[in-house]
Ligand binder design. Structure first.
Ligand SMILES: [Zn+2]
Ligand SMILES: [Zn+2]
Ligand SMILES: [Zn+2]
Length: 187
């Protein structure tokens, strides 16, 4: 079935959750127990049994009901479309994403949307791979930072301070670039 992000929600199919929950505002029942409305909570509250849990295909279920259902399939498949989701390279299962009133805006696009895709590796495996790169990038600036800090404590003049602050900023940007890449990464 062809979909676009603005397509109306039908049942448990939520191709673009922020449109569903903030523009259309439907009452979606959990299509596993058929009883309880899915409840988008504030991020300050702990998730409940029927916090919406979204799969990469765009199907959404109550978190608790989905966990029970998925356990039987090694946490891989979707109760609605039966698609099995795993990361192609590391073959770990793709977890459902829990939605709250803030995380609904920072989700990766579902596979029903443009640009929606499953990355080669899961978050943990990506982390291990890119951690090494991160450390070598940081090491590069860290040695300079240590030296400039020692210079500054010996003679805390204006120029030493400027150089130290410049390096501090660079170190911080290197770290932030790494972590924001981690956060923005897909499913
Ligand atoms: Zn349910
Ligand atoms: Zn599905
Ligand atoms: Zn993995």
């Amino acid at each position: 079935m062809e979909t676009v992000a603005t397509m109306a929600t039908t049942g448990a199919f939520v191709p673009c959750p922020w449109i569903t929950f903030f523009i259309d505002r439907p009452n979606i029942k959990c299509s596993l127990c058929l009883e309880t409305d899915l409840e988008l909570r504030s991020p300050m509250e702990p998730p409940g049994d029927h916090t919406p849990a979204l799969l990469p295909c765009g199907h959404v279920f109550g978190y608790h009901c989905l966990s029970i259902w998925r356990r039987q399939s090694g946490n891989r498949s979707c109760p609605a479309c039966r698609t099995s989701f795993e990361y192609p390279l590391c073959q770990h299962p793709v977890p459902a994403k829990l939605l709250d009133a803030v995380s609904v805006f920072t989700l990766p696009p579902t596979l029903a949307e443009e640009a929606g895709c499953i990355p080669d590796e899961c978050h943990d495996c990506r982390w291990k791979t890119s951690r090494k790169l991160f450390e070598s990038n940081v090491d590069f600036h860290k040695a300079d930072f240590d030296r400039l800090r020692a210079d500054f404590s010996e003679s805390p003049g204006g120029r030493a301070k400027e150089a130290l602050l410049r390096k501090k900023k660079m170190l911080q940007m290197t770290m932030q670039a790494f972590f924001s890449r981690e956060v923005l990464h897909g499913w």
